[in-house]
Design a binder for this molecule. Structure first.
Ligand SMILES: Nc1ncnc2c1ncn2[C@@H]1O[C@H](COP(=O)(O)OP(=O)(O)OP(=O)(O)O)[C@@H](O)[C@H]1O
Length: 314
């Protein structure tokens, strides 16, 4: 590894395609043992950034280092430290999982033994299916083969673009475990996905992009701690009356089938005691009053909406 504490260093990267600014001055770093979620709405520039990170596309300006190696000037060293799944991994359908990996191993600059191939297939959950033709693999098995293919040369960094699309709940769980195992020895992952509830389970850091601009970078815990909170209220009785009373007292309510929800700003006082008193005074028995943090998805949508609003007002 080059002389650095970070596995990925992106400095002031911009990309123009046909005179359109696709990425505008993106900078971030990923330390060993971390998973970074790269998130944004459709067309925000995520795939473009990930393609630039892998060397599939050049930036118009800026610098990228993988394990201290510049992706353009020192491509071979940088690429050797990378494993990638960009869009759906392509395989030879008429060949087995083992033979697919063998083709890849034959192209690798370091010898990869048959044992190593079998071991990688086993650790990615394909034990028993090694010699089955890939055309008979389920989507989850293909994704596992994608991970096997991306990790067989023991890279330090994984770059994953929408790797969880189409996986069933069990496939998602397996995938999360594969990712957690991968970072155990100080490796890192950058992952882009629209499945924010899944990302919330595994990422340590997030970067949010909107219209090619970076609008948040930091730990996920920090991001969520600065977000709004939700109070869910369950009453035994007339929900509509409860809603009316709370609205009359200035609360913004969303009616959620059997409960009411109030969004409160992170800096506001916790109004639970006041709400309980108000409902009891109006003879509406309370079953539950729960304070929860916004999820990654709620906070992400808030952040994107307020950024879009800012852009309209500019
Ligand atoms: N080769 C290209 N030529 C022209 N425009 C392009 C090209 N590649 C990407 N773009 C444009 O750049 C913008 C960002 O695309 P990109 O695929 O990076 O977004 P994304 O965040 O990955 O979106 P999604 O979530 O929909 O996959 C889009 O408006 C897209 O149309």
């Amino acid at each position: 590894m080059g002389n650095t504490d970070y596995l990925i260093e992106v400095t002031n990267v911009s990309k123009k395609i046909k005179n359109r600014q696709i990425l505008d001055n993106i900078s971030f770093k990923i330390a060993p043992g971390r998973i970074m979620g790269f998130i944004g709405p459709n067309g925000a520039g995520k795939t473009t950034m990930l393609k630039i990170l892998t060397g599939l596309m050049f930036p118009s300006s800026g610098e990228i280092k993988i394990c201290g190696h510049n992706i353009q000037q020192d491509h071979e060293q940088a690429a050797f430290n990378l494993g990638t799944i960009i869009e759906n991994p392509e395989f030879y359908n008429y060949m087995s999982g083992f033979n697919n990996l063998q083709v890849f191993a034959d192209m690798s600059r370091q010898p990869i033994s048959k044992n190593k191939i079998m071991h990688t297939l086993a650790t990615t959950g394909l034990k028993g299916a090694e010699h089955q033709k890939v055309k008979g693999y389920s989507l989850g098995m293909r994704q596992r083969l994608g991970v096997a293919n991306a990790t067989i040369h023991q890279p330090k960094v994984l770059i994953l673009d929408e790797p969880m699309n189409g996986l069933d709940p069990e496939g998602m769980k397996d995938f999360r475990n594969l990712m957690k195992n991968f970072i155990r020895n100080g490796n890192s992952i950058i992952i882009s996905s629209h499945l924010l509830s899944e990302l919330q389970e595994i990422v340590n850091d997030i970067i949010i992009v909107n219209h090619g601009r970076q609008i948040y970078t930091g730990t996920m815990a920090d991001f969520l701690s600065k977000s709004n909170n939700l109070i869910s209220i369950e009453v035994d009785g007339d929900v509509l009356l409860a809603e009316k009373i709370l609205q009359q007292n200035g609360y913004q309510i969303t009616n959620q089938l059997n409960s009411l929800e109030i969004t409160i700003n992170q800096n506001d006082h916790d109004p639970r005691a006041k709400i309980a008193k108000l409902l009891v005074e109006n003879n509406i028995p309370l079953i539950g009053l729960k304070l929860t943090h916004y999820s990654l998805e709620d906070s992400f949508l808030d952040t994107i909406n307020s950024d879009n609003q800012k852009r309209v007002n500019q």
